[in-house]
Design a protein around this ligand. Structure first.
Ligand code: HEC
Length: 117
């Protein structure tokens, strides 16, 4: 028994130190409402380009502008309508005003108005 003790101690130390590799916790799934490009000032663009029809909080509805607090359309739809304007021509096309990166950032920005998205 006396000779076994150091061996057991050794085994215990090995067990205590080994096998404890931390598995990195999974990154949270990307929400579409999170801006992909942090260098684009979406708040500023919103105030300069969009607020006149949609209002500060997206629900003003001037000229029949969609209420963005209840809109559930997906990212592609939003990128398209911001790029090309609305079919009835009321909403301006922004393809000559904003870059594609800015348009995508704004599309994501508009999703933040609806708390259910
Ligand atoms: C001249 C008024 C006007 C301006 C300025 C304007 N919009 Fe709109 N927007 C509208 C109207 C009107 C609609 C509804 C069009 C329709 O559904 O046919 C709309 C719809 C939308 C939609 C679709 C919502 C949905 O799911 O139905 C998004 C997204 C949107 N606008 C984003 C923006 C952004 C971002 C800007 C600024 C870069 C902007 N709009 C500027 C008038 C405007």
């Amino acid at each position: 028994m006396k000779r076994l003790f150091p061996l057991l101690l050794f085994a215990f130390i090995i067990l205590a130190c080994g096998g404890g590799e931390e598995t990195a916790s999974e990154a949270p799934a990307e929400s579409p409402a999170v801006a992909a490009a942090p260098d684009i000032d979406t708040d500023r663009i919103w105030k300069v380009r969009c607020i006149a029809c949609h209002g500060l909080n997206g629900d003003m509805g001037t000229n029949g502008a969609a209420n963005l607090q209840v809109a559930t359309s997906d990212l592609d739809y939003r990128i398209n309508i911001i790029t090309n304007g609305s079919e009835n021509g009321v909403m301006t096309a922004f393809k000559d005003i904003l870059t594609p990166e800015e348009i995508e950032a704004m599309a994501r920005h508009t999703m933040q108005f609806n708390e259910d998205l």
